[in-house]
Design a binder for this molecule. Structure first.
Ligand code: ZN
Ligand code: MN
Length: 492
């Protein structure tokens, strides 16, 4: 009898969205002409002096606070030596033994929460520290490689979790939650396409065989830049390591950790380095930078910039607005969407209806335009009014989509009631008026009436037919609920 459990710890590198780089004044800019955003400092010329970007430090502390970390009052910089073409200085300024944040945790949502709460799991955070990014090797020239140093010196926040995840899906959830947090805090754009977040999972298995426990050698998968690759590489490793153990019986020992890469096309991890030795990075304190002393006043000032975090907000939406877990997670995925939703509810929109309008129409339109819901040019007040019109059956739910689209298209910022009139989408709910039309339809369709009243097999179908006739006569503008009521009353 063999059982196994997969154990995953994650290292995450997040690019902070400061205007200038970590230790010089060069702009942090994606997509600029190669080597146009560089200076002697980030090029690592001899004799230059780095100066710490205060905002980057504050952003990093803010994330540390959001991850419930201890924030020491004293932290320092270290040199991590390595030679690589994209790092012309031959060392990276990083933090070694005194990171700016440690011993924290993050709650992640688990699938299958109850209707009134969100099920969560706590993942430990070992540490978070600041460092500088390296440049980029470019391999598009036909027979040589090039290097673009624009990215060199970009502030990077490295976050290291405890090995608390038990699978690809769970690790993906953690990664997505971290992305949501850094975006909420406004410290990173968190754009995966631009490489703002990179993952390096450490994966191994605990295998129970004949009552004995075995651990497989740890594999680190390097440099993953999508959620999908992260999840798939872990799932792949789970199978691969199980098979390898059954074949060779190899277990975890000192020095048999290996490094693998992810091949997106083959959907497989590929061995890069076997028997990785403890790297001798020859860390030593950075002599060109003074340590950072974080006073209580400064720390409190940074703490003041915390906002309600996405999971707390999601949980509150389930509790306070009685929204489903899925809806709550969609609405809280972006801070601006959540704020728009709450503004519309505040303006009098019923929460569930506002939610439907935003998740079923608003987000789709925003997606098409490549912007957020709050940038569609529609006010929360107008969405609240639209929700109210659906609620009072002034318009049908189907028409609300057309009106929402018209609101986005109309440059004039027309209110939904005006657009409903213009588009002829106001439902007829006037019972007296509809009564006359029903009467007419009944008179014209004696056979269908007979089918309904006889109560036989054809009864329901005939009832639907009569309703359809009324809708047709009113060009779809009759409130079907009111018509059904009248038909019910007339035909019993
Ligand atoms: Zn520079
Ligand atoms: Mn790092």
């Amino acid at each position: 009898m063999i059982q196994h459990k997969v154990i995953v710890g994650l290292e995450i590198h997040v690019q902070l969205c400061t205007r200038s780089k970590m230790f010089c004044g060069c702009a942090v800019e994606f997509g600029a002409q190669a080597n146009s955003r560089v200076c002697p400092v980030c090029l690592g010329m001899p004799g230059v002096l780095p100066v710490m970007n205060k905002r980057a430090f504050e952003y990093a502390v803010l994330v540390g606070l959001a991850l419930n970390c201890e924030i020491p009052s004293f932290t320092k910089w270290d040199r991590k030596s390595y030679y690589y073409p994209d790092l012309p200085k031959n060392y990276q300024i990083s933090q070694y033994d005194l990171p700016l944040a440690k011993n924290g945790f993050i709650e992640i949502p688990l699938p299958g929460g109850k209707s009134d709460s969100v099920q969560t799991k706590r993942i430990g955070i070992i540490r978070a520290h600041l460092e500088e990014d390296a440049g980029k090797n470019v391999h598009t020239a036909w027979n040589f490689s090039q290097v673009d140093l624009n990215r060199t010196g970009t502030p990077l926040l490295e976050i290291v979790t405890q090995p608390d995840m038990n699978g690809g899906a769970e690790t993906r959830t953690l990664a997505a939650e971290l992305q949501r947090i850094v975006r909420y805090l406004g410290v990173s754009e968190g754009d995966m396409q631009k490489g703002h977040i990179r993952f390096e999972p450490n994966i191994n298995l605990i295998i129970t065989k004949d009552g004995r426990e075995f651990k497989t050698p740890i594999v680190e998968v390097k440099n993953l830049n999508s959620f999908r690759a992260l999840e798939r590489s872990i799932d792949y490793e789970e199978q691969r390591q199980l098979e390898e153990f059954l074949e060779t019986g190899a277990v975890l020992e000192m020095g048999n950790k290996s490094t693998r890469g992810w091949d997106d096309e083959r959907e497989a991890t590929v061995l890069q380095r076997e028997k990785e030795e403890a790297h001798d990075y020859r860390y030593f304190p950075e002599p060109d930078l003074v340590p950072v002393e974080l006073t209580d006043a400064w720390l409190e000032e940074i703490r003041g910039r915390l906002c309600e975090l996405p999971l707390a907000r999601q949980t509150r939406y389930v509790r306070e607005f009685k929204l489903g877990e899925y809806d709550a997670s969609v609405l809280t995925s972006e801070r601006s969407t959540a704020e728009f939703f709450e503004a519309a509810v505040k303006a009098g929109g019923e929460a569930k209806r506002v939610c439907n309008l935003l998740t079923q129409t608003g987000l789709k339109l925003a997606n098409e335009k490549g912007c957020g819901v709050s940038d569609l040019g529609v006010t929360p007040q107008n969405v609240a009014q639209l929700a109210e019109m659906v609620g009072s059956a002034t318009i049908s739910a189907t028409s609300s989509t057309a009106i929402f689209e018209a609101m986005v298209q109309s440059e004039s910022g027309k209110a939904p009631d005006v657009l409903a009139e213009e588009l002829n989408l106001i439902q007829k709910s006037d019972a007296g008026e509809l009564e006359k039309i029903v009467e007419q339809v009944l008179a014209e369709n004696a056979q269908a009436v007979a089918d309904v009243t006889s109560g036989g097999k054809k009864s329901n179908k005939a009832r639907g037919f009569l309703l359809g006739q009324v809708m047709q006569k009113t060009k779809g503008q009759a409130n079907p609920k009111v018509v059904s009521e009248i038909l019910g009353r007339r035909l019993g």
